[in-house]
Design a protein. Structure first.
Length: 129
């Protein structure tokens, strides 16, 4: 399972250190990791990038992994980060709303255009889009 997230630059060093320590302690190490530095955030409502560091991790599917990724997600959301939606399978609606502050504008557009009746996915249903 791939898990990709981004943290604001101001908290990236300490945040990544804490998350990587948690992963090391869990014994669920990732067999692939990609770290990227992103520039300024754009104004798109559901855009993933923000100024900061993104880390993509590939984990072996194993017992306890789903709960562990949910814990990591809570940790990164508290730090002001967000999960990459295109690769997400576990984000809760509450975590999503905390990390994507422009979601209400997107929901309003979908409602105003009647899109929920024509365009849905399991992701949109889970996150209340």
């Amino acid at each position: 399972m791939q898990f990709q997230f981004i943290l604001p630059k101001a908290v990236s060093f300490d945040g990544l250190e804490a998350i990587l320590k948690r992963i090391s302690q869990s014994g669920m190490g990732s067999f692939l990791a990609v770290l990227k530095l992103y520039g300024a955030e754009n104004q798109n409502w559901l855009s993933f990038p923000m100024e900061g560091y993104s880390l993509a991790l590939d984990f072996k599917m194993q017992p306890g992994l789903v709960g562990f990724i949910r814990e990591l997600t809570d940790q990164l959301v508290e730090l002001g980060g967000r999960v990459y939606l295109a690769k997400d399978a576990l984000l809760t609606r509450e975590q999503f709303e905390q990390s994507y502050p422009k979601v209400e504008q997107f929901r309003k557009l979908r409602k105003d255009m009647g899109l929920a009746a024509h365009f849905q996915s399991l992701l949109s249903q889970r996150l209340g889009l």
